[in-house]
Structure formats: C-alpha cells, structure tokens
Design a protein around this ligand. Sequence first.
Ligand code: NAP
Ligand code: ZN
Length: 356
Amino acid sequence: MVGIIANAWAARDSSGHLSPYSFHLRETGPDDMVLRVLYCGVDHTDLHQLKGELASSNTNYPLVPGHEVVGEVVQVGSEVKNFKVGDTVGVGGIVGSCGECILCNSNLEQYCNNRIMTYNHFYKDGTPTQGGFSSAMVVHQSFAVKIPDNLAPEQAAPLLCAGVTAYSPLKQFMDSGKVLRGGILGLGGVGHLGVIIAKAMGHHVTVISSSDKKREEAMEHLNADAFLLSSNEAEMKQTINSLDYILDTVPAFHPLELYLSLLKTEGKLLLVGAAPKPLQFIASDMILGKKAIMGSYIGSMKDMEELLNFWVENGLTSMIEVVKMDYVNKAFERIERNDVRYRFVLDIAGSNLELK
Ligand code: NAP
Ligand code: ZN
C-alpha cells in the first residue's frame, strides 16, 4: 500500500527544535506491518542526534526522532507470521540488517555492518527512515517485538532502547553464581533501568551520580545498595578496587580514571553513554588491574524479548513521566539540564497529531 501520510514532529536544523511535520510512510511489502503509534520514549541519543553531535553519524533533516516505539498493529503484509491486527508491538533502535552475515545469524544483528537505524538513516531503496514521534510507522516483522499483555504500553516504551541497552551487557553476569558488585554511573533513563535490572539479577548495586539530590530516590525507590556522589572524594575512595563492573551511561565528557579505580582486578567498564568528546584513561591502571573497557550498543531482538519477559516475571516498574507531544521541546530542554526522573514517554496517540 502506498501513500499513508504520517503526522509527526521533526527537527529542521541543528537547533534541535521540533515542530509538526507530515511525510509519506514508505511503501509496505509482504513482511511489513503498519503501526498506529501509541507511545514513544525520549532518549538522550535523540538529543545527540537532533543537535548533530554524534561522531558516528551526520544528522539529516527533517529528522523525526524516536526509537522506543510502542504501537498497535493496524495492517499486516501477507507474509507476516507472528503478529496480527490489534497486537501491541515494540520497535527499538534498528529496523533492518542484512539478515545473512555471521552477526545477524548469532543474535547480534545490531552490530551488522548493514544495519538500518530507526531514524536518521536510509532503507535499502534510499528512503529516509523516520522515528516514532509520529502517528504511524511501517516496520518489518523481524524488527518488532510483541509487548506482553500484562505490561502497560507506556511502561514498555523505555525498555525498547534504554532497558535493553542496560540488559544486554549485564546479561553476561546473569549466571555467575555469586553476588556481583555492580556500579551504575549516571542515574538517568538508561541508568535507572540499569539499577532495576541489576537488582533483579541479584547484584549488589552502587549508584555513582553527580547529583546528591538523587541519593534518597536511588536508595529508597530504586532499592540501590549504596550511593556515591562522584564529586565526594572521601566517599569514592571507600569503594576503590571493589566493583566487578560499572555500567557507564554518562552522555558527556568525563575522565574515566576515577571510575576505573573503583573496579577490582578483571573488572569491566561497560560503556554505553555516547559522550561526543574523546574519553581518557591511564594505560597502566588498565594493565596492572587487568581491567577492560567494553562498548555495547542497544541489544538484539532476542535480548529485547528476553528483557520483556524478565521484566514481567520479576514484576518490575520503571519511573517515567508521560507527556503530550506539545511538551517535547520542553522535555529535551529538561533532559539537557539533567532534570528528568527518569524517562519521558510521549503519549503519541493521545496528542491528536492527526488534527494538526
Ligand atoms: P539521560 O536520561 O540524560 O541520563 C544521563 C545521566 O548521566 C544523567 O541523569 C546524569 O546522572 C548523568 N550525567 C553526568 N554528567 C552529565 C551531563 N554533563 N549531562 C547530562 N547528564 C549527565 O540519558 P540516557 O537517555 O540515559 O542516555 C545516556 C547516554 O547513553 C546517552 O549518551 C545516550 O546517547 C546513550 N545511549 C546509548 C545507547 C547504546 O546503545 N549504547 C542506548 C541508549 C542511550 P547523574 O545526575 O546521576 O549524574
Ligand atoms: Zn548482517
């Protein structure tokens, strides 16, 4: 079917300001579904992309962000097997990959050289991809996941990028057989889900934050085991050489030496925050402690399914603030000044985009 018009909000330039924008969805094929978007999470990566500050990709405008998309299936192609009209599904950070390489065949399709990002990228036919800040979306069946019936769609949204970004690198520790001591650096969208997931995995969790005002919430509401204010030297010193891993979610430049010193021998810094400026560390700290820095990019579709099940089985709840689309510019301003507890989720279906 050709010519479905989506009503979205887009940025036109690197000011990052979003305003109403309409575009034609791509043509659907037999493996595609059309979604009516219900909710979409707002990720700090959206802000990096809007401002064109990611070294890994240039930003093309108009840009419709959004890659924590929950939608209702309103149309399915003839070859769609696992979904039907009326299902609630999720779409995360990628909407395509080659499907043939070793990575695609090992549930690592997010690292495929031919992956297609959900927005600010191009489908094979050259059509630009556009994200979930939009009334509708077309998605290939292989890049959608069923949202469990007993999970509220707005709760599911942040799991599709932020949640799986924490879950995917943490799952290597899942069956370690001992209580691991983990650090979560940066208590934002990804970080707060990192705390919830690591706690549900049975880890001893230390939040490392630049905001003392988050201490009580981290300990009382997120049930962290310890809280370190990164600017408090005495507090930080007590934790030296004690952590098995740190999940680093900080979106800005930060010297790594301090945090690497908290890791025990063979500890890992799991780097997921996409700081736009180069980070720094001292080689001998790494060598003498046999420490590792490991990057991690979102998660696979399998990780996403696993996380949704893990989330529901453990009865977990994220901390979100649901807002309408006309609040989106304000939401980005608040993300930029570190004033969000802990994820904005846009109520797309409730924002009457069709009427604009
Ligand atoms: P967020 O909600 O803005 O949270 C980031 C947290 O980092 C803040 O809450 C803050 O926590 C801390 N922080 C320290 N210095 C900061 C600064 N100068 N500016 C803002 N925050 C600062 O962001 P997010 O959505 O969780 O994303 C975090 C990073 O992960 C971003 O760079 C994003 O692009 C990246 N990301 C990567 C992947 C991946 O696949 N690897 C996926 C999703 C997101 P405290 O107040 O506790 O210090
Ligand atoms: Zn591939």
